[in-house]
Design a protein around this ligand. Structure first.
Ligand code: HEC
Ligand code: HEC
Ligand code: HEC
Length: 142
């Protein structure tokens, strides 16, 4: 009898898990990165990106990763999320790649007070060419 109750409980638990897995609204919507793959294995990145990005990072504990450049600009280049007009969203928008996940996990980072949260617009993409300086400042921060 105990075995039966136990296996029913297990089955229920399992159903519940797959249900949660199928229910996309329970998970953050994370936009897909550009290109074939990330700078390291996706699963590894999910768990360890914070350590790779630190200013005083020490990669000795991650054998084989010392030659890779973990530039924050690089992350931003590949992980842009565009609005309906095709403009890259900044971190002020909740759909921004980093925020899509951090909001969900209740993580706050201050990185974008200094670093640009979307690729810098190229000169030819600027709406007006005089005022170039001003516009550049406006689009790079936050
Ligand atoms: C060459 C393009 C490229 C660069 C540069 C890049 N990524 Fe990625 N990243 C990808 C791709 C492709 C994937 C796998 C597809 C996906 O799920 O987005 C990915 C996946 C991820 C994931 C897992 C997303 C998820 O769905 O769970 C994280 C986290 C991540 N990258 C963080 C970073 C960080 C942090 C940097 C900068 C150090 C970075 N990436 C640089 C292309 C890139
Ligand atoms: C797949 C989900 C996911 C994505 C996408 C993601 N992060 Fe994270 N990030 C996390 C989680 C979860 C933590 C908290 C981990 C912990 O507390 O151990 C975290 C923590 C961090 C931290 C450390 C914060 C602290 O206070 O210690 C930094 C820095 C960071 N992320 C940067 C980024 C940047 C930059 C991006 C976008 C390029 C990004 N993350 C995208 C899930 C993600
Ligand atoms: C007070 C300003 C400031 C803040 C806040 C800040 N950084 Fe930086 N960061 C800099 C400066 C200045 C450099 C060196 C100049 C450069 O290479 O762009 C730098 C360089 C870097 C680099 C190496 C160069 C590159 O292009 O990626 C990484 C990675 C980086 N920062 C990640 C982060 C992350 C992650 C956070 C948030 C946890 C953060 N920074 C917060 C100012 C800041």
């Amino acid at each position: 009898m105990m075995r039966l109750i136990l296996s029913i409980a297990l089955v229920l638990l399992f159903c519940n898990m797959t249900y949660a897995d199928d229910n996309k609204s329970l998970k953050p919507h994370i936009a897909k990165g550009k290109g074939e793959q990330c700078v390291a294995e996706t699963d590894f990145m999910r768990r360890n990106h914070m350590d790779l990005l630190k200013h005083d990072r020490d990669l000795t504990m991650y054998q084989g990763l010392r030659d890779i450049d973990f530039s924050l600009n690089g992350c931003i280049e590949c992980h842009t999320v565009n609005d309906s007009k095709g403009q890259a969203l900044s971190v002020t928008d909740e759909r921004h790649f980093c925020r899509s996940c951090h909001d969900f996990a209740a993580v706050k980072v201050d990185c974008f007070q200094c670093h640009a949260s979307r690729p810098e617009l190229k000169k030819e993409q600027m709406p007006i060419d005089k005022n170039h300086e001003k516009l550049t400042q406006k689009v790079t921060k936050p």
